[in-house]
Design a protein around this ligand. Structure first.
Ligand SMILES: Cc1cc2nc3c(=O)[nH]c(=O)nc-3n(C[C@H](O)[C@H](O)[C@H](O)COP(=O)(O)OP(=O)(O)OC[C@H]3O[C@@H](n4cnc5c(N)ncnc54)[C@H](O)[C@@H]3O)c2cc1C
Length: 392
């Protein structure tokens, strides 16, 4: 066998987490030899709701990527509902709804423009040696970042399990009346926790879907059941729908330490999907950028074996409070009373709405405004005159 090609950094998977890793590394060390490996050719689809939080663009700007979505139509209304209770408001900052075929290809282009080499390659095997990590016996790197998604081969080789997981189905359908210019989320009433969504793409179509948490003690829902539950929560949403596809979401609720050493995990491979909303692109880009920077710093200091520990420290600093607060919020949200109190409080107070959106989309925490709003909503609900509040 010929000697493996050697790289400073090999990134397995070129989704948002992988592209952000390459960008984070190359922004900190433009001279680094970085290879992005993906089993697919780009552009490629990725099953997703396509909702992109504005914070993703903030992170990308930090690594030199600007104007990525300037040609897209922003969406600044969000409607949250459950069983007739509705909170609909303008969001503090507009979000985007961008098919992943477009978003991910643009991110890969940005990484390649920054100096990364993109190779089509499906990684099946990873061996750690004292001075390098070797992938499939042919690609060697000082540091490897596993950014290979929910079913990560790198995570498997490291012997780590996936933990709590949701399953969701999405399709593209004509945007329903009353759902234009809006991201609509309708929480489930029967299969907890669950929700259906309709996110307007701005071109006459909406990304529509439904997802729920998987439980060990009940069978995973079939495709037909997922479609049925979507239609039950958002009547008419599935009409004319196409390109239905399902995928797992590895949630961030389990406590895990990021791996130390030369092999790092980011994004879905690190199980970082927000358990409240299914948001994962922000976490993917956030951990990708920190992993890229950590790898670059460790390589610069001639200590690639410290990349993992440096990344773990950065993730603790940047994301840990948010992860703890979302885990707590997800536990609380198992109670329908809490979900309903959250909706009533959001309908009554823009600040509560904004803080909950921040918790669901980026690095937000359970703030005093949220605690106070929930308390007030509970009190209103138990008063005899406190019937459900309607939309703002
Ligand atoms: C139905 C659904 C709806 C969602 N909606 C939203 C939403 O609206 N907003 C949001 O922010 N998040 C959403 N998410 C979550 C979001 O899709 C993920 O969190 C996000 O894609 C994670 O990015 P990633 O780069 O970690 O992984 P991925 O985007 O999955 O990228 C992984 C890449 O690795 C490649 N790969 C995999 N295995 C290998 C291998 N062995 N060798 C080489 N390459 C490999 C894949 O081809 C892929 O390109 C949703 C998820 C689902 C399933």
């Amino acid at each position: 066998m010929s000697a493996p090609t050697h790289w400073d950094l090999a990134v397995v998977g070129a989704g948002p987490a992988g592209a952000a890793t390459a960008l984070g590394a190359l922004c900190a060390g433009p001279e680094l030899r970085v290879v992005l490996l993906d089993r697919a050719d780009f552009p490629r689809d990725k099953t997703c709701g396509d909702g992109v939080a504005p914070h993703v663009l903030d992170l990308l700007a930090e690594v030199g990527v600007t104007g990525l979505l300037d040609d897209r139509v922003p969406v600044d209304r969000l409607r949250l509902g459950r069983g007739g209770l509705v909170a609909e408001r303008r969001t503090a900052r507009p979000a985007w709804v961008v098919p992943r075929r477009i978003l991910d290809a643009r991110l890969v282009d940005a990484a390649v423009a920054a100096g990364a080499r993109l190779l089509r390659h499906r990684v099946r095997d990873l061996r750690q040696h004292t001075d390098a990590v070797v992938l499939d016996g042919e690609i060697s790197a000082a540091v490897v970042v596993g950014a290979d998604g929910a079913h990560s081969a790198v995570r498997r080789v490291l012997g780590r399990s996936r933990g709590p997981t949701a399953l969701a189905l999405r399709g593209y359908a004509p945007v329903g009346p009353g759902r234009r210019g809006t991201q609509v989320i309708e929480f489930g009433t029967r299969h907890q926790p669950s929700y259906a969504w309709s996110f307007d793409l701005g071109d006459g179509l909406a990304n529509v879907g439904y997802g729920e948490l998987l439980h060990e003690d009940r069978p995973a829902p079939t495709r037909a059941q997922l479609l049925e539950r979507l239609e039950a929560l958002l009547p008419g949403a599935t009409g004319g729908g196409r390109h239905w596809a399902g995928h797992h979401l590895p949630l961030s609720t389990a406590r895990r330490r990021p791996p130390a050493g030369r092999v790092l995990l980011v994004g879905d491979a690190a199980c970082l999907v927000n358990p409240l909303t299914g948001e994962g692109i922000h976490s993917a880009v956030a951990t990708g950028v920190t992993a890229g920077r950590a790898a670059a710093a460790a390589l610069r200091d001639g200590r690639p074996e410290e990349a993992g520990e440096r990344h773990a420290r950065a993730v603790r600093r940047v994301l840990l409070p948010h992860l703890r607060h979302t885990a707590l919020a997800a536990r609380l949200a198992r109670s329908t009373h809490v979900v309903e109190a959250g909706l009533r409080a959001s309908a009554a107070d823009q600040r509560v709405f904004d803080d909950l959106v921040e918790l669901g989309l980026a690095r937000g925490r359970l703030t005093p405004a949220v605690a106070l709003g929930l308390g007030r909503a509970f009190l209103t609900a138990v008063r005899p005159s406190g019937g459900p509040q309607e939309a703002v």
